[in-house]
Design a protein around this ligand. Sequence first.
Ligand code: IVH
Length: 705
Amino acid sequence: MNEGASPVDDLSEAEAAAELERLAAEIARHDELYYQDDAPEVSDAEYDALRHRNAAIETLFSALVRADSPSRRVGAAPAVGFAKVTHARPMLSLANAFDADDLHDFVARVRRFLNLGEDEPVELVAEPKIDGLSASLRYADGRFVLGATRGDGSVGEDITRNLDTIDEIPKTLTGKAPSVLEVRGEVYMTKPDFRALNERQAAADDKVFANPRNAAAGSLRQIDRTVTAGRPLRFLAYSWGEVSEDVAETHWAAIERLAAMGFQTNPLSRLCADVDEILALYDDLLGQRAELPYDIDGVVYKVNRLDWQERLGAVSRAPRWAVAHKFPAEQAETELLDITIQVGRTGSLTPVAALKPVTVGGVVVSRATLHNEDEIERLGVRIGDHVIVQRAGDVIPQIVRAIEDKRPQGAKKFSFPDRCPACGSRAAREGDKARTRCTGGLICPAQQVERLKHFVSRNAFDIEGLGTKHIIAFREDGLISTPGDIFRLHDHREDLEAREGWGGQSVANLLAAIEERRKIPLDRLINALGIPQIGQATARLLALNYGTLDALRAVMDAAAADRQADPNEDKKPELVGEAYAALCAIDQVGMNVADDLLAFFAEPHNREVLDDLGRELEIEAYEAPSVGDSPVAGKTVVFTGTLVEMTRSEAKARAESLGAKVAGSVSKKTDYVVAGPGAGSKAKKAAELGIATLSEEEWLTLIGG
Ligand code: IVH
């Protein structure tokens, strides 16, 4: 969640760009955890909050929308291991409705769109919304030929061989079927089957699933289809994609036809005449929810007439003719026994509530996430409290609130640790964010694999042949734990050669690839360190500004001394000290980023890693891209006011490609201030300091248009 994050309106352009980069990475990670690993770490609400924040920032800074923006993707890209399938017709998702008003609005919109009179009946089919995962089954001349996951709605994965193992999926259709027919529906697991599966898994020391949906997803996406075959999966049909001829005139009749062809359809579905009837069915299903043999998270309503569906069409990936009426999250009361801290792969410290086991919506819950320090504060919960836990859909349970009236005498406040429980390094709040992160970075065992992966990745050390598998194995065997160890792997040549699957040649190749990178440009080294908020672009700017690692470290020490003397959060950088102000003036570095940098360089463990790398490596100065005889190479430029010919980001990128440094604020070191209309204090300061101020046009002339 983003409690504690700066309001979107307050972000500078550089902060917005950094935030979008962070959000893209974070959302992609959650997508992967959810769709590919079936192991979500955050609640739906938290995930939605991340997407909303991303969308809000993109609305304000439309020029900064990234090519890999989460708003340009839905769901997850196909997992590796399965071929891609482009859906003949996209697999849409559904808009949500939460109350009777939303439903009246839905029907009113349908009427308006179709220009129907007030008394014209609009029949709706109501179907339970089963919480599984959707699949598309293609039949050619009545034979099952291709099965795919939804994927991102346009492209899914070919899981034909896995779907083939599900009994409820007919392999040949009964009776007369269109020669091309794509049937869509939900693959799911019943609650009793899920519990039995988990018992078997636990007995065999295998992965236990959080809920039936995750179990179904994890079972279906198995490279080895015999694993899928052993899992109790089912399929319910509720829709269709490409068809060579019309299936029926109404949705209701179409579903009846699918049933006649051999598909399971939901016997609880109803044909309803109006909103009152669908609301009655909703209440009825909500009442039955706990007793139903499968999880449902709401009811789907669909306009019955297919000619109307056709006319209504879809808007932004959701049909106008259907809506999902969501059930409220399921809640239960229990006791908070303890709070422990979990250190994630990226070093974030997450408080986890240990609960007295309680059944919530048919699942026994004994742990819940508390997200971060602020969340504990916001909830005001103490160890020993009675609390309400919630399971919303398929995510980690959450604590909704503490029941203060029932607070026992000895209930204890939790004090958030300032040391990482995994490595003992200092743990600190990230800038103005709610998350607490371990500063141990490169030495923290909880983070090592992730850090080392980043260290050797393409834009960092780019060491070919040192993949995740190897990092994990080498680390387990004690061959590498810090980055410097990579450059001492040659001392273990014999060990390496003796490993299974390795021969003299592959070891020689790996060691040669490592040797090749002993000489490394400073910007790559900075990027490789995995300092929070410092990616490739900022690493380049730091390298460009400071030239050598020693110089960079000296500046960090000086700036840290300034900051220590004056840790006041709200002050302007200039008031903190000269070294600190100079650091903050670098484009893309504000106080927030500067503080993360200082925290990294101040941590003794990180200093050791740097000393060690200093001994192993030959660090080269960053070479700005070749700029020929650019008139602005090496100059420091500040853009202010509105630019007409190009966006601020383009202007910056252009200037940097010509070897200029772009700064965010004017100082004695500034060479040019490029001021567009509306320029304010920066232009004034330039005038005071006697710095050349150029119009956008003059700037363009200077750099050659
Ligand atoms: S209709 C164009 N019907 O809900 C219509 N979806 O949020 C697309 N779902 O991906 C779907 N039960 O996994 C439909 N009776 C039902 C459903 C249903 C469950 C799921 C399905 C879909 C998601 C959409």
